[in-house]
Design a protein around this ligand. Structure first.
Ligand code: NAD
Length: 307
């Protein structure tokens, strides 16, 4: 039987919206807050959502008037920090038996700091960053890299199960975020590798579809090939997962390496390429738009050939 009846959710963007729908579907009442009020209205007006199971909170603190369990799904560490500690933040509400579950992808160092500080204040905190993208959020099939005290993770499990399928306990506070950064770094490197290689292929005059069909069974196969290249070839660069958010994740890897005095030369290069894409105004586009940097240099486009 579910331990919680109502669940707070702060951040109803690309990911939070789908997660909210699945929480409602699982029988929870979602107490929702987003700094952008239209995000909550979108949930209230969604055709396939029972609006009697959605409460619009005035702010993050107001959520605690309805429930003691609050999920955050926000862009980065400063947003999580302000939603927990800031004016009208969660801690300025009722703190009895409070449980905060941060599912954003943020700094492992900040996460450890939040976990220690909240524990000292008697507030339970676990992390559960996700992968699986917007479709995983909508379908309730996210992979969740959770971490924290085992007993607290036991308590969070019913909520993770409502929004995800593959739930992996990664260790103590910060370990889930570390695994998430590892994934994001590999995915960024793979996108750059695909962008370079396919630009070369097209510049050499070969149909990218033929190369894709071959590499699908070759050693160059990767998630980006299966999932992002088809969008590139259609010329669809709408997010999905934005360059701005991916740059944030790569910067987290750069910060971690700096902290450990660990040279990661490819990571530094990939970070600079993503920052260049932001400067060129691509930050709000899907991460596969990184290929435009190469296309501009080469004077070609990796698209379906019209026969
Ligand atoms: P998003 O930008 O679409 O949504 C974030 C939401 O948070 C927005 O609606 C924004 O208005 C809200 N917000 C920001 N600051 C706030 C504040 N102070 N108070 C209340 N609301 C606030 O981002 P997203 O794509 O949903 O990503 C959320 C997190 O999940 C990020 O950490 C991202 O890296 C991670 N993630 C995203 C994807 C993806 O495919 N989009 C996949 C896996 C993980």
């Amino acid at each position: 039987m579910a331990k919680y009846e109502k669940v707070g959710l702060v951040g109803l963007g690309v990911m939070g919206f789908g997660m909210a729908k699945n929480l409602v579907k699982a029988g929870y009442t979602v107490v929702a807050y987003d700094v952008f009020p239209q995000a909550v209205e979108r949930l209230l007006n969604a055709e396939d959502v029972d609006s009697s199971k959605v409460i619009a909170a005035k702010d993050a603190a107001d959520i605690t008037n309805y429930t003691n369990v609050v999920v955050t799904m926000l862009p980065n560490s400063p947003h999580v920090e302000s939603v927990i500690y800031g004016e009208n933040g969660i801690l300025s509400g009722k703190t009895d038996d409070l449980f905060i579950i941060d599912m954003s992808s943020i700094s492992p160092v900040a996460t450890k700091k939040f976990a220690e500080d909240l524990k000292a204040k008697g507030v339970k905190f676990v992390e559960g960053p996700v992968s699986g993208g917007q479709s995983g959020a909508m379908n309730g099939t996210l992979t969740i890299m959770c971490a924290g005290d085992d007993k607290d993770l036991d308590d969070a499990m019913e909520i993770f199960e409502a929004v995800g399928k593959n739930i992996v306990r990664c260790g103590a506070a910060g370990a889930g975020q570390t695994v998430k950064v590892t994934n994001q770094l590999m995915s960024a490197i793979n996108l750059i590798s695909l962008s370079e290689a396919f630009t070369l292929c097209v510049k050499a005059g070969v149909d990218p579809q033929i190369a894709m069909d071959v590499i699908t069974n070759g050693s160059g196969k990767c998630w980006a090939l299966d999932n992002r290249l088809p969008e590139i070839m259609k010329g669809n660069f709408e997010p999905g997962f934005k360059i701005d958010l991916h740059t944030k994740d790569i910067k987290l890897a750069v910060e971690m390496a700096k902290e450990m005095n660990l040279p990661l030369p490819v990571t530094d290069m990939v970070c600079n390429l993503f920052k260049t894409a932001q400067i060129k105004g691509l930050g709000g586009k899907d991460n596969c738009a990184i290929i435009k940097l190469y296309e501009d240099i080469a004077g070609v486009e990796v698209r379906h050939v019209n026969k």
